[in-house]
Design a protein around this ligand. Structure first.
Ligand code: ADP
Length: 206
């Protein structure tokens, strides 16, 4: 299933997407992580994206759509993915729907992580002190929040209109509780697959 994990910057969607991916074995596709890797490699794409990201603005839709199209064409994505950071605008959502539709696929679920803006500010400024991500400064954060409200929030309405299943999840509790809530909504077993195979392995050995 194609799952969109949706939420404001600092809502914890990256952290949750990673945990849910590890537990369910579904690939985690983070456009922010893809872009940061390109910046680190110093590729043409990375050089184009870096100043945009640092200002808190959005990388152009056509570029993002091409990145996602090639990622979703990779063999590990055929069984579904968890999308984190995409689609971030209504045109991106429309392009995603079209590219999935060409292969008889569709977005199966939108998970919206909801967190109070004051808590978000606090989390991001704390993360800035720990990770030193270059877009986690107060100015870029303010820009990202504005862009989120203006360009990204309407994406949820797009999926409401499309009749897609949407689940809203409170992202303010501790990380583990939010993960458990998401896994419940996904109907996923909460034990990681690695633990399950260890047990199966032990049974075979005995
Ligand atoms: P956060 O959700 O904390 O803002 P991300 O890691 O998702 O962080 O994204 C970091 C930056 O990468 C964004 O502020 C934006 O500049 C760029 N970016 C990521 N995904 C997209 C996208 N789908 N469209 C345009 N820009 C994007």
């Amino acid at each position: 299933m194609i799952v969109i994990l949706f939420g404001a910057p600092g809502s914890g969607k990256g952290t949750q997407a990673e945990r849910v991916a590890a537990t369910t074995g579904t690939p985690h596709v983070s456009t922010g992580a893809i872009l940061r890797a390109e910046v680190a490699r110093g590729s043409a794409l990375g050089r184009e994206a870096q100043p945009i990201m640092e200002s808190g603005a959005l990388v152009p839709d056509d570029l993002m759509v091409r990145i996602i199209e090639s990622r979703l064409a990779e063999p590990d994505a055929t069984g579904g993915v968890i999308l984190d950071g995409f689609p971030r605008t209504v045109p991106q959502a429309e392009a995603l729907d079209l590219m999935l539709g060409r292969n008889g696929r569709e977005v199966g679920l939108v998970l919206s992580l909801e967190v109070d803006p004051d808590l978000i500010r606090e989390r991001i400024l704390r993360r800035a002190a720990i990770d030193g991500r270059s877009d986690d400064n107060p100015e870029a954060l303010a820009a990202r929040m504005r862009v989120y409200q203006r360009d990204t929030e309407p994406v949820v309405d797009h999926y409401v209109r499309a009749g897609t299943r949407i689940e809203r999840i409170d992202g303010s509790p501790p990380i583990d509780l939010v993960t458990a809530e998401i896994l419940k909504v996904l109907g996923a077993p909460t034990a990681p697959p690695a633990a399950a195979s260890t047990i199966a392995g032990a049974e075979t050995a005995s």
